[in-house]
Design a protein around this ligand. Structure first.
Ligand SMILES: [Zn+2]
Length: 193
């Protein structure tokens, strides 16, 4: 994966092309958006289905899902570095707050990013053995014409977020619902850790 330096991208429309470029390379990304009929400068959540279809056509379903998951993972690193609510979490005493406080604070910041940029909402319920994360208006699974089981961009985003919150914990993340724009992820921490 090539590290590309860009000037402070903090919005989805800016972050998204960088992530794809990092994973696919400039040439493939350029031809991908061209074939999807998308204006590069204006990528929004509602362009996701067209990109999904084009990726599946080109690479097959499984590889396309893997690419989305990696895009989510890479996107998280742009978000945490440049989106202000995340930057605040890494400053001052916030850095030393315990995991149980940092985890919901970070999810709040992630919700802010998702609602501002993709018009979807994230909510979290703490359970006895982990967390249930619900996402409404998910751009990946809200359209019927997309024949894709699972929201892999969000999964990658959450995976990388959890790793960032505590790299020493072994998180298990499973998407237990994904239909009509509503996704539910169950997060568990492996008890051996
Ligand atoms: Zn989903």
């Amino acid at each position: 994966m090539t590290q590309i330096n860009h000037p402070l991208p903090s919005k989805f429309a800016q972050i998204f092309p960088y992530c794809f470029e990092e994973i696919l390379g400039r040439k493939d990304w350029d031809s991908l958006i061209q074939n999807s009929g998308i204006n590069t400068g204006l990528i929004q959540g509602n362009n996701i289905p067209a990109l999904q279809n084009e990726l599946i056509k080109r690479y097959g379903l499984k590889t396309a899902q893997g690419i989305w998951q990696r895009v989510g993972r890479v996107a998280f690193h742009y978000i945490r570095r440049h989106f202000n609510p995340f930057v605040q979490l890494t400053r001052g005493e916030n850095r030393y707050k315990p995991f149980s406080i940092r985890l919901p604070l970070g999810l709040q910041a992630l919700n802010e990013f998702l609602s501002q940029n993709l018009d979807c909402q994230l909510s979290v319920i703490t359970q006895e053995k982990g967390w249930q994360i619900d996402i409404d208006h998910c751009p990946e699974c809200s359209r019927d014409e997309v024949d894709q089981q699972g929201s892999f961009f969000l999964r990658g985003l959450l995976q990388e977020y959890l790793l960032w919150i505590d790299a020493r914990k072994d998180f298990r993340i499973e998407e237990t619902q994904c239909v009509g724009g509503h996704c539910r992820f169950d997060v568990r921490v492996n008890p051996t850790n």
